[in-house]
Design a protein around this ligand. Structure first.
Ligand code: ARG
Length: 556
């Protein structure tokens, strides 16, 4: 925020363009300007000379002495220290402006995340899509954008054909199709189909007939979907993840013919080894991008086709500026093909974005497993996390379900979202459920601890121009760094920038807490100012934690 402020001022007052950035030597200065080196080449002068000229001009700006306590040239760099009264002025603006003075944007964005597959238990991989997507949605909305979240269910694929096959061969009546039955039937069938080509072929035939509209298969698909979606909704509720629309692969079938007509008319569709495909390679490609298969040789449509039809539908219904997908990074080739085919065929002019994520691994570096063994469902993972947290301390046993749920969420989300999305990461339940270190519970604990002081001492609504010591100053400067950290997360669609910010701010706040004791302070002005700063800190931490899906429990 300070940097924006100074940059605008310097833009008005100087004839060269300079950019104020946070200092990389906080022991020497708060901010720095490095432009002299770049300008030196352009202007054929030494960086030292140019830096001095800039500094002389800045010093002449009206009332600059109120803003800066020092500005000097060191080895061609310009080092700036800002005044306490300036810090406090901006702190007040931040405190009194909605959303801490983060500038708004106003795009319409469709987000496609979650992507669970009906009839299959949700597995750990789907966890990432849900929590990353939910966080990015909240960040986009906080920035003022309109976001429509679509869960895009996988409800019309081979897994449904396999379960229908099982229902028919097991002789199961409609009323006996239950969640337990689905949880047993799907893994059984998928095992069988891996070994028996004939049965697999039969399941594929069922799937194809269903997709072509066979009424009995569609009726069974409805029953399967109802049961499975109900279960999925329960898990999303516990994860505090929500969607505005529940469209799906199945709904996309309504628009496939329209899209097929468009790509045919445009001459984009051609035959290759019996299948109908669309070329998507571009000259600038550095690796091979194979054509997108639109229709298989047996006439069946594929994942890419339903995704194109979905884009077509979204464009017609919502006219979005952007469509943003959150899936496993292994789908990035799929999205490259779908995006190129969609833009080429003109069914949309939205900006199409895909954010891929890596795998959740266990402490052994292999894909995460619960103690129970292989391929854990998301439910198992949530339950195990809760158990381990409860076992950490005797008092944890007495926590309410609601508080426990908030903590389980914070353990899992903070562990996940602190990573660069595309990397795999190690989920070590023991480490991430600690109330110390870079963990969710530590952040929640920090907020509760600060809140307690405010509850006891009150929160004032005015701030003087003083700052009382180095720790105090560092906390205030960290608060002022919020808008730029937020914007980094927003622009890159990377919640990890917010996680890092929360972690740094919590650390500054804990330093403050340990050094500056408020209770019993005699200096009323100081007490007032510190409570003001702590109150802002608590609000910022709480709001930023919300953006990554973490709520504060009632006690810890
Ligand atoms: N159901 C898919 C999966 O489990 C994810 C769907 C993502 N969204 C999309 N429009 N393709 O991998």
């Amino acid at each position: 925020m300070i940097t924006n402020w100074l940059n605008t001022l310097f833009e008005q007052e100087l004839d060269v363009k300079v950019t104020v950035i946070p200092s990389n030597r906080p022991d020497l200065c708060d901010f720095q300007i490095d432009e002299a080196f770049k300008l030196a080449k352009e202007l054929h002068k030494s960086p030292f000379e140019i830096a001095n000229e800039i500094v002389e001009k800045i010093k002449k700006i009206d009332s600059i002495d109120d803003l800066l306590t020092s500005i000097e040239v060191v080895n061609g760099f310009i080092n700036i220290k800002i005044s306490d009264s300036f810090i406090n002025r901006v702190i007040k603006v931040m405190n009194n402006t909605p959303k801490y003075n983060i500038k708004e944007d106003n795009k319409k964005v469709i987000m496609d995340y979650g992507g669970p597959n009906v009839a299959k238990p949700l597995h750990v991989g789907h966890l990432r899509s849900a929590i990353i997507g939910e966080s990015i949605k909240r960040i986009l909305r906080y920035k003022g954008n309109e976001v429509i979240a679509d869960v895009h269910l996988g409800d019309y694929g081979l897994q449904i054909g396999e379960v229908i096959y099982a229902i028919q061969h097991d002789g199961i009546k409609d009323e006996d199709i239950t969640l337990d039955y689905l949880n047993e039937a799907y893994p059984r069938m998928s095992g069988i189909c891996k070994e028996n080509e004939d049965i697999k072929h039969e399941c594929e035939e069922i799937t194809k007939k269903m997709q072509e509209g066979d009424p009995e298969y569609n009726r069974l698909c409805d029953i399967i979907c109802d049961i499975s979606i109900n279960d999925i909704k329960g898990i999303y509720k516990d994860l505090d993840v929500s969607f505005d629309i529940w469209e799906s692969e199945r709904s996309a079938y309504n628009y496939i013919k329209d899209v097929e007509n468009i790509v045919t008319e445009k001459g984009l569709l051609y035959e290759s080894q019996g299948a109908m495909v669309i070329d998507v390679a571009e000259e600038s490609d550095t690796k091979e991008i194979p054509p997108m298969i639109f229709k298989k040789s047996n006439g069946a449509y594929l994942y890419g086709t339903t995704d194109m039809a979905t884009i077509y539908d979204r464009e017609n219904k919502y006219h979005p500026d952007n469509i943003l997908y959150i899936t496993d990074d292994r789908q990035s080739m799929h999205f490259t093909q779908v995006f190129r085919a969609s833009l080429k065929s003109g069914i949309t002019d939205a900006v199409l974005e895909h954010k891929g994520y890596g795998t959740v691994n266990g402490p052994d570096g292999k894909p995460f497993k619960t103690r129970a063994g292989n391929a854990p469902s998301l439910r198992d993972m949530l339950n195990e996390t809760k158990e381990i947290f409860i076992s950490k301390k005797e008092e944890n046993k007495d926590m309410s379900e609601e508080d426990l749920n908030k903590i389980v969420n914070s353990i899992i989300k903070f562990a996940d979202l602190q990573n660069n999305l595309v990397n795999d990461y190690i989920f070590d339940i023991n480490k991430f459920s600690n109330t110390a270190g870079k963990t969710g519970p530590y952040m929640q604990y920090t907020v509760l601890r600060l809140k307690k002081i405010l509850d006891q001492e009150g929160c004032p609504n005015d701030l003087s121009s003083n700052i009382y010591n180095e720790v105090d100053r560092n906390l205030r400067l960290k608060l002022l760094a919020l808008p730029s950290a937020f914007d980094k997360a927003y622009e890159s669609r990377m919640p990890s920038y917010i996680v890092d910010y929360i972690y740094d701010l919590a650390n500054e706040a804990n330093n403050f807490y340990q050094t500056n004791h408020i209770a019993g302070l005699e200096d009323e002005q100081k007490k007032n100012d510190w409570l003001y700063v702590l109150n802002l800190t608590v609000n910022v931490l709480t709001d930023m934690l919300k953006l990554i899906g973490i709520e504060i429990p009632s006690y810890m």
